[in-house]
Design a protein around this ligand. Structure first.
Ligand code: ADP
Ligand code: MG
Length: 584
């Protein structure tokens, strides 16, 4: 290297502030999250949020909490200044949502910020304005006790960050999500959101978590919910409500987890819930619901990440087991006596967890002496991703259907199992990507559906896609929409109730594991919701048409857009082996 080495220098204060701000403030929703935490720590009962332009132009959060005394107002905007930690020992058992003393400083560094607060016992409120972190002189004004923080022109001085912001509609969805997460973690506080002057969200305080969950997750959730509750010693408590398996999502975002009132993201916790659902939900679906974990604060390390979203637990494995068991028993209790016995119930195979799917009725072995699950799993799975005779439609004799989902067919000497949903989903997906709209069926009488604000947000963001999927929708107001047209496909129409489910998935950015980009992910979501579903009764003739069309597709795809196989082939030789004819 020829470049001369430059001496080590201390960064100037402004650069330091901006680097630090970058860790905390990623987008408008991160500002909202920090301001909500501050309001909650200040014991607010009602928090009112107003945003304009997805929060990029303006965010205002007003609370009725304890306020900040005038002489501390300046300190509140300084980095590493907090009223929440007394000394280093405080970090071992954090009881407030905030403690790092850097959020207000970080937000102030990258915006125009106005802080107005009236502490209890003060006659008037005091205000302070700051531009890029430089504060002016305090001023007096009238306000009820509490605090209002207004943030304008976010990232005005950090164009690089501004460039990465998404469209206002998307940023607004993230803000909605942030508020809903805060509410579901702590529904004893009410939240109200006004966006561009119109009320968007009203989440009233409640003592009942199930009620809070229904506010956010919609009516469909309310009808099918399971109560989860467990205690482990005097110090660990788990409480919550989950949707039954009939309601699920394409991503883990429908599961709202919190610890001691703090919304968190935890893969291991979410995974424990999923494991408990493993034999009730397809591999690509995720449980929906709300779980509260209460723990001794000294068992939780919240100082892992600047945004405090991820946490670490002491003796984590133990907690995960509490969660899995509690969810499992809520789920098993629910099924008793309700569901008619389907193939799943008759042959409850050991949960295949999240490996490739195994046809369950084959892994079950009534006498217990036939092939072990393991052998079958490996054997079947190997041949899974191949549609027999790709490109040319092989001779198939359809033999019948199991559980209104899996078709049995004979192909040469081999046995073929086909998933009717996966097959039709792949077809639709290809048609949508090729740019064609799905056919639409106008409903004779429109169906009213209720949409949550998230779902409504996805509707305005994805209006074109929804229309080309065949949905025709009209807003009534008050959270209700008329569905006047629905997707129709080969003589079947999608129920209007698919609309909210589809929107919820789109709000999460589309379906789960679609390997391609966003466009593909969205098309996959639409295809999934409009396609023939598990449980639909399809005639053999219809199934034959679906297969014909599938084999005509270039490359004859062997999986649905989410990667589940369309067909599984079991060669004659393997059948022979199972029946003890391996020598033959
Ligand atoms: P932290 O929350 O980690 O302490 P912040 O920068 O978010 O750091 O806030 C700094 C301090 O300002 C807080 O410790 C608190 O004393 C005060 N404060 C901020 N927001 C509010 C509010 N809404 N109500 C009352 N006090 C607040
Ligand atoms: Mg804070």
């Amino acid at each position: 290297m020829t470049t001369a080495r430059r001496p080590i220098r201390r960064l100037d204060a402004e650069t330091v502030e901006r680097i630090a701000a970058g860790e905390v403030v990623e987008r408008p929703a991160s500002v909202v999250k920090e301001l909500l935490e501050n309001a909650i720590d200040a014991e607010a009962g009602t928090i009112r949020i107003r945003i304009d332009g997805g929060g990029i132009e303006r965010i205002e959060v007003a609370d009725d909490g304890i306020g900040i005394p005038p002489e501390e107002l300046g300190l509140a905007l300084e980095r590493h200044a907090t009223s929440k930690l007394a000394g280093p020992d405080g970090l071992d058992a954090v009881r407030t949502l905030g403690f790092r003393g850097e959020a207000l400083a970080a937000v102030a560094a990258v915006s125009h910020l106005r802080l107005v607060s009236r502490a209890r016992g003060e006659e008037a409120a005091t205000g302070l304005e700051s531009t890029g972190g430089t504060a002016g002189e305090p001023f007096l004004l009238a306000r009820a006790p509490g605090t209002t923080v207004t943030v304008e022109r976010l990232f005005f001085n950090t164009p690089a960050r501004r460039k990465f912001l998404r469209a206002p509609a998307r940023e607004q969805l993230e803000v909605v999500d942030t508020i809903e997460r805060a509410y579901l973690a702590l529904p004893r506080v009410s939240f109200e959101l006004t966006a561009n002057g119109a009320e968007l969200l009203r989440l009233p305080e409640t003592k009942y978590l199930g009620e809070a969950a229904a506010h956010v997750l919609g009516a469909e959730f309310g009808a099918a919910k399971l109560e989860v509750s467990a205690a482990e010693g005097p110090r660990v408590r788990l409480a919550g409500w989950l949707a039954g398996p009939s309601v699920s999502r394409g991503s883990a975002r429908g599961l709202y987890l919190s610890v001691n009132g703090r919304p968190i993201v935890s893969r291991p916790l979410a995974q424990s819930v999923r494991v408990a659902f493993a034999d009730r939900l397809p591999r690509t679906r995720f449980p929906v619901g709300v779980l509260h974990l209460s723990l001794d604060p000294s068992r939780v390390d919240v100082n892992v990440h600047p945004t405090k979203r991820e946490v670490r637990f002491e003796r984590e494995a133990e907690l995960l087991e509490v969660v899995r068991k509690a969810v499992r028993s809520a789920l098993v209790g629910e099924g008793a006596g309700k569901a008619p016995p389907g193939p799943r119930d008759l042959f409850s195979a050991p949960a295949p967890a999240f490996e490739r799917p195994v046809p369950e009725f084959l892994t079950a072995t009534p006498s217990g002496t036939l092939p072990s699950t393991r052998q079958v799993r490996l054997g079947v799975v190997r041949s899974a991703p191949k549609l027999p005779g790709a490109g040319t439609r092989p001779e198939l004799t359809l033999l019948g259907v199991v559980g209104r989902l899996y078709w049995l067919a004979e192909s040469g000497e081999d046995l073929l199992l086909l998933d009717q949903h996966a097959a039709s989903e792949r077809l639709l997906f290809t048609e949508l990507l090729a740019g064609s709209s799905l056919a639409q069926q106008r409903l004779v009488s429109p169906v009213a559906v209720r949409l949550t604000p998230r779902e409504a947000g996805a509707l305005s963001e994805q209006a074109t896609l929804i229309r080309s999927a065949g949905f025709e929708v009209e807003e009534v107001g008050g959270g209700t929409w008329w569905v006047r047209g629905v997707p129709s496909y080969r003589g079947k129409i999608a129920p209007a109730e698919e609309l909210p489910r589809l929107l919820a998935e789109l709000a999460d950015g589309g379906g789960p594991a679609v390997p391609d980009g966003l466009v593909e992910r969205r098309a996959a979501s639409v295809a999934c919701h409009a396609a023939v579903r598990a449980g639909d009764r399809i005639e053999a003739e219809e199934m034959r048409k679906i297969l014909d069309a599938l084999y005509r597709l270039p490359g004859t795809p062997s999986t649905c857009p989410h990667g589940r196989p369309i067909a599984i082939r079991i060669p004659r030789t393997r059948l022979d082996r199972w029946f003890g004819r391996s020598g033959a």
